[in-house]
Design a protein around this ligand. Structure first.
Ligand code: AHR
Length: 308
């Protein structure tokens, strides 16, 4: 269900009830992926700022990209008997046991941002963007911009992470309709600027300066920013001789779009604490069943359609 529809439904009451400040004392444990890229720290800051605004006691744990640290953090939250746990999982696998432990302890778990591969009865709801849609928006933009003919190099996110899996699937679903568009190189740059730069340097080397390549699809902006650096260092002209599309729409990418060194970015909203906390505190109040997936909208931006 789209967040806009969901908010306008009965649950809107919970949002109104809890907007401004949380009506009762709540302790929430939040296990965050890490601080890779520009989007993730913005999301962490928003979660901390919104918690303060709402009077929520937030126990924040940064897993530094390691799932084992997340599992430890979640177990620590269970031991501390927090009221609820929010997890932004590094990867999709390996969650069943710890989610069962939380359930046994009677602590509701919510997923923020990334998904898990586990039985849906083990968490209350996931509040996030639709990563598959983001991949499809990127694919549709590229299909239109290239008039259906393009050899694409792809910079994938962290292996096994929901956004890497789903953005790839969505992008491929769209380009499969265009026989003239294919992915000729693909590799993970781990969602980092440095990773994106290294992968692009390797692509440049192995394709004789991107000969025959027309587009770059990066699963996030930071990898694209790294790719832009690598392309410029090789004397190439990103955004002019190559079509560049990525995801996040972070401030540095807005600058690149305006300067013409990148062409499009799908916005992943980072200020989403205002969506997440009312869902969690509303559930703690009434324990009413929620939709398993509450979707935050995504929009594609270009220099001509910056949005704001
Ligand atoms: O899970 C969302 C992705 O994670 C963002 O696109 C990326 O920047 C972050 O690392």
């Amino acid at each position: 269900m789209k967040i806009s529809n969901w908010l306008s439904s009965a649950a809107m009451g919970a949002v109104l009830l809890f907007s401004g400040s949380s009506a009762f004392a709540v302790t929430i444990g939040f296990s965050q992926v890490g601080d890779e890229g520009d989007w993730r720290p913005a999301f962490s800051k928003d979660m901390q700022d919104e918690a303060k605004k709402e009077g929520i006691d937030l126990k924040f744990a940064d897993a530094q990209g390691k799932e084992e640290d997340q599992l430890k953090a979640v177990r620590a939250f269970i031991a501390q008997k927090v009221d609820a746990i929010i997890i932004a999982p590094v990867v999709v696998t390996g969650w069943t046991q710890v989610l069962e432990e939380a359930k046994k302890a009677g602590i509701p778990v919510f997923l923020a941002d990334r998904d898990v591969e586990a039985d849906k009865s083990l968490f209350v709801a996931r509040i996030s963007a639709d990563f598959n849609l983001e991949g499809r928006l990127a694919g549709a933009w590229l299909a239109q911009a290239s008039k259906g003919s393009c050899n694409v190099v792809e910079l994938q996110g962290t292996v096994g992470a929901a956004p890497a899996i789903e953005r790839k699937k969505g992008f491929e679903a769209i380009i499969s309709n265009f026989p003239g568009i294919k992915i000729v190189k693909t590799q993970s740059g781990d969602f980092t600027t440095d990773g994106g730069k290294k992968v692009m340097e390797a692509f440049i080397k192995s394709t004789d300066n991107l000969k025959g390549v027309c587009g770059v699809f990066a699963h996030n902006d930071n990898m694209q920013l790294g790719a832009i650096q690598a392309m410029k260092e090789a004397g190439l002209k990103p955004g002019k001789d190559f079509l560049l599309v990525s995801v996040d729409y972070v401030p540095a990418m807005k600058t690149e779009l305006a300067s013409g060194e990148a062409n499009a970015s799908v916005e992943l909203r980072s200020a989403i604490g205002k969506y997440i906390y009312p869902v969690v505190t509303g559930y703690l109040k009434d324990h009413k069943e929620l939709p398993k997936w509450i979707v935050i909208p995504s929009d594609l931006h270009t220099a001509a359609t910056p949005g704001y």
